[in-house]
Design a protein around this ligand. Structure first.
Ligand code: SF4
Length: 186
């Protein structure tokens, strides 16, 4: 892999985090230790650039930590994909979550950063998509504070296009965090 430049992705993540924090503050919403932890949701990730960045973060961990995480990832994958490649959501904890905290927090992908708040998305050529926010927030849909994910998705798509060109990547990606950790190549 050609040595990737993640500076634009890092800047985009910072922009997401500050937009999220601004809206969360207005709701008085604090994402901290709820029982319905979104790190137990079955999420698939689709961008090579985010995977490469996450794997870079993983490489900074000590060997024993990486081994422990890989063991958890192995369990996660074996249980989730026991029946088919579609995977079943068993509400298993992400292997990167240790005692309620993400151990690669600054490397976590977009969906981990944006999850939770009520939001809107304006896909080109389609109607607006609205998300109600997580159950833990008890958000009142009548008091919606605008949180448009579209610019973040658009910018990430552009960065992904550039990354694919630079790295000569083709094909699709559809992996959980656990699968990425067990299959770190791109
Ligand atoms: S990468 Fe981190 S924030 Fe995302 S699901 Fe895993 S533990 Fe949670």
């Amino acid at each position: 892999m050609t040595h990737p430049d993640f500076s634009f992705l890092i800047q985009l993540y910072e922009n997401m985090d500050s937009a999220y924090d601004r809206v969360a503050d207005q709701y008085g919403f604090l994402c901290d230790g709820c029982l319905d932890n979104c790190c137990t949701s079955l999420f698939f990730h689709h961008t090579f650039i985010e995977k490469a960045f996450l794997i870079q973060g993983f490489s900074t961990m000590t060997d024993p930590c990486r081994k422990e995480v890989r063991n958890k990832a192995d369990d996660y994958v074996r249980q989730t994909f026991a029946r088919d490649t579609a995977g079943q959501s068993l509400k298993l904890m992400c292997p990167l979550n240790h005692r309620g905290r993400c151990i690669l927090y600054s490397y976590r992908p977009m969906i981990c950063r944006l999850h939770g708040l009520p939001h809107e998305l304006h896909p080109p050529g389609r109607g607006v998509i609205r998300g109600p926010g997580c159950d833990a927030g008890h958000f009142d849909t009548r008091a919606y504070i605008p949180f448009d994910r579209t610019p973040f998705y658009t910018e990430l798509a552009a960065l992904e296009r550039q990354f694919r060109e630079q790295q000569h990547l083709t094909g699709r990606l559809r992996q959980t965090i656990a699968q990425m950790l067990l299959d770190p190549g791109i």
